[in-house]
Design a protein around this ligand. Structure first.
Ligand SMILES: Nc1ncnc2c1ncn2[C@@H]1O[C@H](COP(=O)(O)OP(=O)(O)O)[C@@H](O)[C@H]1O
Ligand SMILES: [Mg+2]
Length: 366
């Protein structure tokens, strides 16, 4: 048994999506094939402190004893402070010595886990890890940078304008941005460049509401993104790094949101949204989605896996890329594992493949 690979399943973390990550981690801990892997829980607190295996298990038990709604929404709140630096470094060392993982499988959604910060730590510590590298994580988390990468690869997207806080706050620069925003028409979607799970997103239906919406987004991140709203179906596609060949795409699925847009409550709490897998779309559209999903993954330099989200415009049938998610959820309702299952790849084989992908990453600069 000692030959098994030790996989540190890292969850929690200082993000607003702290709570969601427990569900994903539990799914990994329960489904990594036991003949090959010893899955060890590694909890990172909202304060950024790391915990050993026994404490991490206890934290999991405490979490699942709580009312599900409260636990899911439990995340870092604005203004909260991290633990002192020395404690954080020491806690990482202690957690690593306790687990001596051969490889980390981070499933920490949102900031810290999905934006390259955690990946940078693993790089610095020489720990192999599953998923996007540092630069790809950072680009994939920032909606403005992501769009620039997709545009450079010629992938169709909705029209948008990036609004840095400094520009919005300077009279002349704001005056230069406003006509570009007006040209997008109404309604608009205003989002923080970096956030996730619909935090800080507003749908703007009349011009007078733009200002407040941009401020809401800028309270979450230093850059906002203003986008034209499209009347569209929401199609998602799961992607895997190729094993010896090109990037691979699953069969696409469709999300049918219950609310006006697919927001945080809708995603995790309200069960009136539902998914259809595989999506009922024409074959040519399906193939276009799969091709674009792989192109999006390649455009940001993705590794391991990702979920790529699209708009299928109702009036025109056009497929527009919305975003890439480098750490898609692994909860019982999550699309990523369900889409692979529909494509013939069961969860244990999927997780096995993901862990193996961590060892293929080239060692940078050495
Ligand atoms: N330009 C848009 N047109 C129509 N609906 C949108 C647009 N942008 C976002 N939405 C809606 O808001 C949801 C969340 O937006 P998204 O950009 O995916 O943010 P997040 O990173 O929080 O998932 C989408 O799933 C969709 O329902
Ligand atoms: Mg989204």
């Amino acid at each position: 048994m000692s030959q098994r690979t030790r996989v540190g399943v890292v969850f929690g973390g200082p993000s607003r999506e702290h709570g969601v990550s427990f569900l994903s981690a539990r799914c990994l801990l329960q489904n990594l094939p036991v003949d090959r892997y010893e899955a060890l829980p590694v909890f990172v607190g909202k304060d950024g402190l790391w915990h050993g295996v026994a404490e991490s298990r206890e934290e999991m038990l405490r979490y699942f004893a709580r009312p599900p709604r409260e636990a899911l929404l439990d995340g870092v709140v604005p203004g909260s402070r991290p633990a002192p630096a020395a404690d954080t470094v020491e806690s990482f060392g202690a957690a690593f010595r306790d687990g001596t993982w051969d490889v980390a499988f981070p499933i920490v959604h949102g900031t810290f886990g999905e934006d390259g910060v955690l990946q940078g730590l693993f790089e610095a510590m020489n720990v192999p890890y599953v998923g996007f590298g540092v630069a790809a994580s950072a680009v994939g988390m920032d909606k403005v940078l992501m769009k620039a990468a997709f545009a450079a690869a010629g992938i169709p997207q909705v029209r948008s304008v990036g609004v840095p806080a400094a520009a919005w706050r300077a009279h002349a620069r704001r005056a230069a941005l406003l006509p570009r925003i007006e040209a997008l028409g109404l309604p608009l979607f205003v989002k923080p460049a970096c956030a996730g799970s619909s935090v800080g997103i507003t749908k703007v239906k009349k011009p007078g509401d733009l200002e407040a919406a941009v401020e809401t987004a800028l309270a979450v991140d230093a850059t906002a993104l203003v986008e034209e709203a499209v009347d569209a179906r929401e199609i998602e596609c799961a992607v895997l790094e190729g094993e010896n060949g090109p990037t691979e795409a699953s069969l696409p699925g469709e999300i049918v949101p219950a609310h006006e847009f697919y927001d945080y409550e809708d995603k995790y709490i309200d069960d009136r949204s539902y998914s259809v897998i595989p999506a009922e779309i024409p074959e040519a559209t399906r193939e276009e989605v799969r091709r674009m999903a792989c192109a999006a993954f390649d455009a940001v330099g993705g590794a391991g896996f990702a979920r790529v989200d699209f708009f299928l415009e109702r009036a025109t049938g056009r497929v527009l890329l919305n975003e890439i998610n480098s750490l898609p959820g692994f909860t019982p309702i999550s699309m990523f594992p369900k889409m692979w299952e529909a494509a013939g790849l069961p969860l244990d084989a999927l997780l096995d493949r993901l862990v193996r992908s961590a060892f293929r990453r080239p060692v940078r600069g050495r």
